[in-house]
Design a protein around this ligand. Structure first.
Ligand SMILES: *[C@@H]1O[C@H](CO)[C@@H](O)[C@H](O)[C@H]1NC(C)=O
Ligand SMILES: *[C@@H]1O[C@H](CO)[C@@H](O)[C@H](O)[C@H]1NC(C)=O
Length: 393
């Protein structure tokens, strides 16, 4: 597909740096940028499908005016920021059709925009959901190539609708050097606002010494760094095989994700990863999942870091609301005096389907625990404070 120069300017194609020519070949540019980082995208046989979706995203630019008109008709409040959203192009669903015992949802950009209009959401900060780039366990070249394609795909959606979307970078951990390089490419060239990681990487939790240099290096980069910690399916690594570690007959996607958040936050805390790397802020889904219920139990055994830990949870941790969390669950987090200014709104759409969304939104709006001003902050201003000028509000 060819993009005209004027369109180029209007969508600020940061990664497409060949602005000297009148027209740019998107496929060529993506391949060349990958080659420059020693990434071979052709190891993924579905590469042409991804390029078709990316080019389709650019074609959506021409529909942008219509979308903006539609936005003005959104009932108030219409400026909600959704800090926990996902995209699932068909090619990714084909690659990984079910997760945590549930089918991966069907999704299109039109569904996404319609959902946002219906809920009064102006902007969504999205990521691919778990397993991110870790679809090909133990296969380095494919994992690295997939992370790059996920980032190019996410960036294409954001460029098509710059006033509606931002994205978190995917990184090909456990390959640390490549993960750091990908994070830099995604943030510096594609405009990612933070880095998405999952609670365990092929069975290893995030406090493991093998990940220390990853956090250490991110921490050394200029400006606030934001790491999003998304739950994953619990697995146990036996030899080179990952075995589903849910010991119950209940669907992993329904409850194990909450325990995953608890496990990895415990690990990041007790290893003092979060203490030592003070430039990193963390976004935590589902107001902490099962973690708040366990915090005293875990941390009262480590009095030396008890106070400093809660200091971090109250300043550099940001807790999103995704799911039915404001009916009662949020009170558990507030019980630890986490300031309400650290709370973000999130939907988990489309993995959390449309049906329960209205109830979750109403639970925030009707919660007796927050003033109207605090709710406005949850819906938007807290996110503005977290992301600052990483987003062109
Ligand atoms: C863009 O580049 C690809 C790969 O080099 C090529 O197959 C395709 O024909 C090019 N598209 C256009 C419109 O020139
Ligand atoms: C953080 O620093 C403490 C010492 O202050 C040390 O014991 C711990 O191993 C460090 N953890 C990491 C992940 O750097």
């Amino acid at each position: 597909m060819l993009i005209s120069c004027s369109l180029l300017v209007s969508i600020a194609l940061a990664s497409l740096q060949v602005v000297v020519s009148q027209e740019i070949n998107v496929t060529d540019t993506i391949i060349n940028n990958a080659v420059a980082d020693s990434i071979d995208l052709t190891v993924l046989e579905f590469f042409p499908e991804v390029m078709a979706e990316i080019e389709g995203a650019y074609e959506a630019v021409s529909r942008r005016d219509g979308a903006q008109r539609a936005r003005r008709q959104i009932p108030t409040p219409n400026n909600i920021v959704d800090a926990h959203a996902h995209v699932v192009p068909a090619w990714y669903k084909n690659l990984y059709p079910s997760i945590g015992g549930l089918p991966v949802p069907d999704w299109t950009m039109d569904d996404q925009l319609a959902f946002m209009s219906g809920q009064g959401i102006e902007r969504a900060i999205f990521a691919f959901s778990t397993p991110g780039p870790n679809v090909f366990v133990g296969r380095k070249a494919r994992t690295i190539a997939l992370a790059r394609l996920l980032n190019e795909q996410a960036a294409a959606y954001c460029r098509a609708f710059p006033d509606r979307f931002n994205f978190y970078a995917q990184v090909p951990l456990p390959y640390t050097q490549e993960a750091l390089r990908e994070a830099q490419y995604a943030m510096n060239h594609l405009g990612a606002v933070g880095i998405w990681v999952q609670s365990n990487i092929e069975g290893t939790y995030l406090g493991h010494p093998s990940f220390k240099s990853f956090f250490e290096t991110i921490n050394s980069w200029a400006g606030r760094q934001i790491v999003y910690i998304h739950p994953a399916v619990p697995v146990i690594k036996v030899g080179n095989r990952l075995i589903d570690a849910n010991p119950t007959p209940y669907i992993t996607g329904r409850i194990e994700f909450y325990f995953e958040t608890a496990r990895t936050l415990m690990d990041l805390t007790l290893t003092q990863t979060i203490h030592n790397f003070t430039n990193i802020h963390y976004v935590i889904p589902h107001v902490g999942g099962a973690y708040p219920s366990t915090m005293d139990r875990i941390l009262k055994s480590f009095p030396d870091i008890y106070d400093s830990t809660f200091q971090i949870y109250s300043t550099r941790f940001w807790w999103d609301s995704a799911g039915p969390t404001y009916h009662h669950q949020v009170a558990g987090l507030l019980g630890y005096n986490i300031p309400k200014s650290q709370l973000l709104y999130g939907t988990d759409f489309p993995y959390a389907p449309l049906a329960p969304q209205a109830g979750s939104l109403l639970a925030v709006k009707n919660s007796p625990l927050f003033t109207a001003e605090e709710k406005t902050a949850i819906f938007r201003t807290n996110a503005e404070n977290l992301f600052g000028d990483k987003i062109n509000w």
